[in-house]
Ligand binder design. Structure first.
Ligand SMILES: C[S@@+](CC[C@H](N)C(=O)[O-])C[C@H]1O[C@@H](n2cnc3c(N)ncnc32)[C@H](O)[C@@H]1O
Length: 235
């Protein structure tokens, strides 16, 4: 279904939520709003294919409607997948799409107390940016401790440049991307307002520091498009 959430002028713009309306149009919204969205999934799968072993446990934080699981399925990898998301609408959608003995979808708010055990790969694709900044460090530390030794954390984030001039330039390029994918200026501006204080991007350095301070020593970017970056970190 086409994303028309911000198509019409709204008298009052409320904070962005992963509600039923957004869930209904989510596939279209992400492809048209996130540069390289499908390439990001393919890159994550490329990493997983190289490092996974039979029955390894993959935790997908902010799994939304389970898109990553669909890509895993198409590769026929023998893994145990756990998708976690705070939106009951997204989890209901995921459960409706996938009924597989190797996957589990859980509605849960990820906060500073979130922890799991014996995880082999954690993926957080465009999710940490929605977590309150003051608890991000503790969360990443907990994720480090949730991982087995020699395991991996993969995060992808929308970022902000440290330099204001470059930040403005990258934002313009990003808005051009959205316009090329059919969003109007009104849609772009209304969504910016809705996401204010909801999606809070860090700089690349802040994200790398989060990983370093959590205990990861092997960290590298694996994908970048202007203000979007993906990192792999090995425990
Ligand atoms: C941009 S979407 C993630 C996209 C998804 N990972 C993918 O690959 O298509 C962000 C997701 O994070 C979830 N989310 C935001 N804050 C959360 C929190 N505190 N706990 C759990 N999930 C959260 C939202 O409900 C939403 O589904």
């Amino acid at each position: 279904m086409k994303d028309t959430v911000y198509l019409k002028k709204k008298t009052k713009i409320s904070s962005f939520k992963f509600n039923q309306e957004v869930t209904n149009v989510f596939d279209d919204m992400l492809v048209r709003s996130v540069p390289l969205y499908e390439v990001i999934h393919k890159s994550i799968i490329n990493i997983i294919k190289k490092v996974y072993f039979s029955n390894c446990k993959i935790l997908d934080l902010g799994c939304s409607n389970g898109k990553l699981f669909s890509v895993l399925l198409s590769e026929q990898l023998n893994v145990k997948y756990i998708g976690v998301d705070s939106s009951p609408f997204m989890i209901k959608e995921a459960l409706g799409r996938y009924n597989d003995k190797n996957c589990q979808f859980i509605t849960k708010n990820i906060d500073q107390d979130f922890k799991m055990e014996n995880i082999d790969i954690v993926v957080a694709n465009l999710t940490i940016q929605f977590i309150q900044p003051e608890i991000r460090q503790q969360l990443i530390k907990n994720l480090y401790h949730s991982l087995n030794k020699n395991s991996y954390l993969i995060i992808v984030e929308k970022e902000i440049c440290e330099n204001n001039d470059l930040a403005a330039l990258f934002t313009e390029i990003y808005h051009d991307f959205k316009k090329q994918h059919g969003y109007s200026d009104l849609e772009i501006q209304q969504k910016i307002k809705a996401l204010k204080n909801i999606l809070i991007p860090f700089t690349a350095q802040q994200n790398i520091d989060l990983l370093k301070n959590a205990g990861f020593e092997k960290i590298n970017p694996f994908i970048r498009w202007f203000n979007f970056s993906g990192y792999i970190a090995k425990k």
